[in-house]
Design a protein around this ligand. Sequence first.
Ligand SMILES: O=P(O)(O)OP(=O)(O)OP(=O)(O)OC[C@H]1O[C@@H](n2cnc3c(O)ncnc32)[C@H](O)[C@@H]1O
Ligand SMILES: [Mg+2]
Length: 202
Amino acid sequence: MNEVIVATKNAGKAKEFVQMFEPHGIVVKTLIDYPELPDVEETGETFAENALLKAESAARLTGRPAIADDSGLVIDALGGRPGVYSARYAGLDKDDKANNRKVLDEMTGLPDEKRSARFTCVLAVAFPDRQEPVIVEGSCEGRIAHEEQGTNGFGYDPLFIPDGFEVTMAQLNAGEKNAISHRAAALQKLRAVLPELAGEPK
Ligand SMILES: O=P(O)(O)OP(=O)(O)OP(=O)(O)OC[C@H]1O[C@@H](n2cnc3c(O)ncnc32)[C@H](O)[C@@H]1O
Ligand SMILES: [Mg+2]
């Protein structure tokens, strides 16, 4: 069985990795399957630093290659915020509702042309031996809606209108999101190392 470890505890991300790997016959294990592994403090100042911290910790503790995802929403009018702090923007870690409300409050009154934003995803692959880690990045351009719309996806999806669409990411179905998302774009760049990653579990 081909299997990869994705070092995330975010159920929304986990679901998308399963959807993207499944057609290739690759089974995804996440940290939700390894509840005994300790939390990694995301002390980095960039997506890449945090992705690497998470991937290296998982590879070390499982003894297997691991992928980690550090991602977020970068809003031009807010000087790039919430950025690396996307998960904890409103203070309480992982409160999607509060995060979305804070973004909308901060952007009150801004017209569409001043609401440009992008989702960014950095994927890091770390290996348990001395092999150098691999880091790739994908992004998805769009703009911030004036109110939350849609219930699919997770996080900031109800606020994000991808370029070329008039609906939010949360109004797209899984297949539509995975065709254009920052996560899919980054994963596409990892194709070269996938055979190494999805080896037989030892
Ligand atoms: O660190 P892990 O365990 O992977 O889970 P996390 O939720 O803490 O993940 P991050 O540290 O990478 O924080 C990213 C945040 O950015 C947001 N985000 C990332 N990708 C997103 C997407 O596809 N759609 C909507 N919001 C997204 C969402 O709020 C996430 O909590
Ligand atoms: Mg996190």
